[in-house]
Ligand binder design. Structure first.
Ligand code: AP5
Ligand code: MG
Length: 213
């Protein structure tokens, strides 16, 4: 099963992708997490990506596509995966489509998690992220068991560098301009599914389970 998560920054793509991955036993592939892991480890890729990410801009398609295709070519992805944060532009979606077509397959579900912009800014300031395993929490909506520590792997939780309000606004602009057109793209392919992302995380997941069962 190949699933694409769509939605604005902070809509809950990562939160839900993690649950889908656990339930269906497929890898959760997040380009944002891959970039953040590279930044943390000080790689050349991380240095390049950070310049764009800190300004709320997209990392160039060419680099992002290369990383994603490398990742999904790995053995653990052979039975499917859930993509979180990719594709984010029409050219990225077209490359993914043509690579999958070569293998005789395509995206099975594109799940759009809908949350209005007004709700997003408040969510981001309360988000805490684990840079080691990619888990995300929220100080009020989804707290970790022990404050500041990841439930999954015990690492320290941080406020992401790109979660400052000015940067979030920029990310929302970029989303509307470059990523929102993917809703029509996947609708035209007949694989688009929409869920209300403003309800509690458990209820969002229930709606997704209904779609996937
Ligand atoms: P990325 O890491 O993908 O960030 P994003 O799309 O901006 O999305 P977020 O991770 O911020 O939000 P999310 O939807 O995953 O929400 P979450 O589940 O954490 O990308 C970062 C940057 O990397 C980009 O800006 C770009 O520069 C670069 N990049 C990445 N991929 C790229 C690509 N393909 N091409 C080019 N550049 C790329 O939830 C948010 C918060 O809300 C959390 O605190 C969570 O606990 C809470 N929450 C979740 N669900 C709910 C709920 N239902 N109710 C209340 N709170 C909730
Ligand atoms: Mg995320």
């Amino acid at each position: 099963m190949k699933i694409v998560m769509l939605g604005a920054p902070g809509a809950g793509k990562g939160t839900q992708a993690k649950r889908i991955a656990e339930k269906f036993n497929i890898p959760h592939v997040s380009t944002g997490d891959i970039f953040r892991a590279n930044i943390k480890n000080g790689t050349a890729l991380g240095k390049e990506a950070k310049e764009y990410m800190d300004q709320g801009k997209l990392v160039p398609d060419e680099l992002t596509v290369r990383i994603l295709l490398d990742r999904v070519a790995q053995e653990d992805c052979k039975n499917g995966y859930v993509l979180d944060g990719f594709p984010r532009t029409i050219p990225q979606a077209e490359v993914l489509d043509s690579e999958l077509a070569k293998l005789g397959t395509g995206v099975d579900y594109a799940i759009n998690v809908e949350v209005p912009d007004d709700d997003i800014i408040g969510r981001m300031s309360g988000r805490r992220a684990c840079l080691k395993c990619g888990a995300t929490y929220h100080l009020s909506f989804l707290p970790s068991k022990k404050e500041g520590i990841c439930d999954n792997c015990g690492s320290e939780l941080v406020l992401r560098d790109d979660d400052k309000p000015e940067t979030v606004k920029k990310r929302l602009d970029v989303y509307h301009e470059q990523t929102q057109p993917l809703i029509d793209f996947y609708n035209n392919k007949g694989v688009l599914k929409e869920v209300d992302g403003t309800v509690a995380p458990d209820d969002v997941f229930k709606a997704i389970e209904e779609i996937l069962k």
